[in-house]
Design a protein. Structure first.
Ligand code: PNS
Length: 164
């Protein structure tokens, strides 16, 4: 695995969780730079947070990383975006076995579209294994406590969204 390389970590990040943060930190042990690429789908967007809010939260979380973590967004195919950024590796996290089928299909499809682009799976840490943006939003919307599962700035934004 080449150092001085750029990895793209794509996703919805609605919002970024401590599972994502753990994965970015692991990726920084292998790659010089990580681009967190937030996928947008204008027409079909049912995200809780706007793109700007998601980008801002990610930037706040990684502001102390000497520019090694960049936040960006893209529309359209991930493989085209990766090519435009001259990245050759896509990072995805694997949590439970249930992630595998979906991730495997995406990796194969991306590989078919751009064979030179590799997908690299990183295991999520054991304390972040069960965290997902979807569950975090559900728990907060029903009045539950998610502190420790998301960065502090995200916790504040979630509280504001659900007016608590
Ligand atoms: O965090 P998510 O929602 O699991 O991320 C999924 C994401 C954004 C990585 C995936 O939907 C994606 O790559 N979207 C961009 C459009 C695209 O390239 N689709 C084909 C994927 S095989």
């Amino acid at each position: 695995m080449a150092l001085n390389n750029v990895a793209i970590y794509p996703g919805s990040f609605d919002p970024i969780t401590n599972g994502h943060v753990d994965l970015v930190k692991r990726t920084l042990r292998v790659f010089d730079k990580v681009i967190i690429a937030i996928a947008t789908n204008p027409g079909k967007d049912n995200s809780l947070f706007s793109l700007d809010e998601r980008l801002q939260m990610v930037r706040e979380v990684f502001k102390g990383h000497d520019g090694r973590v960049q936040a960006d967004s893209f529309e359209g195919l991930l493989v085209d975006y990766a090519e435009g950024r001259r990245a050759t590796v896509i990072i995805r996290g694997l949590r439970a076995v249930s992630d595998f089928e979906y991730e495997f299909q995406m990796a194969m499809m991306n590989h078919r579209l751009k064979p030179k682009l590799e997908t690299l799976f990183m295991m999520t840490g054991e304390s972040e294994f069960y965290i997902s943006s979807r569950l975090v939003k559900e728990v907060v919307s029903l009045g539950g406590n998610v502190s420790g599962l998301v960065p502090d700035n995200v916790l504040k934004k979630l509280d504001q969204k659900f007016k608590r």
